[in-house]
Design a protein around this ligand. Structure first.
Ligand code: ARG
Length: 270
């Protein structure tokens, strides 16, 4: 099968103020040192790769005191030019929601201030037909309903059960309109059955692939950017005709995020 890349528009946030000063997921350990300069270098390589691949990358100014703001995927969900703002579960990240919303409003986007918890594209992943929506650790079902109502896309709620994979984008990656890759062990039995029914042909990977953050990827339909340690995922994607590109984001992994977490997709109205 011949695969084709479609140029995308992304929003990213330089990790100028990145550190691990609190722990809100099992990957974060404030006692472990973080090299912020190295985080910036690694992030810049990801940014430059997107540009080389032909994507447009916009930047939002990082704010002091918001070390997790680098994980732009959590900042909003943008579909058809409509921006669903994020509302974070943890107080440490609460101010990121309005900061991202303001960025979009200042650029003329229609934006909705959410009433219920949703952590942006961390838990809301768009496919051709559905908005796949994670819950269990961060986003809540009422936030899914709000997303469906505002964005007008059918939401499929998926229950996450393993705290290491606390956001949907740590357990599942969207490869193109109707193809996904996921780690079944991160989901409840019912949600695994739902995924099998919707995506009988999906790529299913092992625990070690998920642990390497191999599902935290950004695909343009051909090129799939993912952590370089996730060699198992890369091999499986190559078999399916994708072109995996490995990146080293070791410092950002200390906050519990990788490629996808650093990338918010701006889907404009067509
Ligand atoms: N430290 C951040 C948190 O726990 C990491 C977020 C990662 N982002 C993502 N899209 N999974 O909220």
């Amino acid at each position: 099968m011949t695969r084709t890349a479609r140029p995308r528009r992304f929003l990213m946030c330089r990790p100028t103020h990145f550190e691990v000063s609190y722990a809100i997921n099992p990957w974060m350990d404030p006692a472990k040192p973080v090299d912020t300069d190295l985080a910036v270098v690694q992030w810049e390589r990801l940014h430059d790769l997107y540009v080389e691949l032909g994507h447009r990358v916009d930047l939002i100014d990082p704010l002091p005191g918001l070390p997790d703001m680098v994980y732009a995927a959590n900042g909003a969900t943008v579909v058809d030019g409509k921006v669903l703002g994020a509302r974070f579960r943890n107080a440490e990240r609460a101010a990121e929601g309005p900061a991202y919303l303001e960025w979009f409003r200042a650029r003329g986007f229609t934006a909705h201030d959410p009433l219920h918890v949703n952590e942006g594209e961390g838990d809301l992943l768009l496919t051709g037909r559905h908005l796949l929506a994670g819950r269990g650790f961060r986003s809540e079902s009422a936030g899914h309903a709000e997303a469906q109502e505002f964005l007008g896309r059918p939401v499929i709620g998926l229950d996450l059960v393993d705290p290491r994979f606390y956001h949907l984008d740590t357990a599942l990656g969207v490869l193109d309109a109707d193809q996904i890759v996921y780690y079944p062990g991160a989901f409840s039995a019912g949600s695994r059955a739902v995924l099998r029914r919707l995506f009988p042909d999906a790529v299913r990977v092992e625990e070690e692939d998920a642990e390497a953050f191999g599902l935290n990827l950004m695909s343009d339909g051909l090129n799939v950017v993912l952590p370089e340690a996730a060699t198992g995922v890369a091999a499986r994607l190559r078999e399916r005709g994708f072109r995996p590109v490995g990146m080293d984001l070791s410092e950002l992994l200390k906050g519990g995020g990788s490629v996808k977490c650093c990338t918010l997709e701006i889907r404009e109205a067509v």
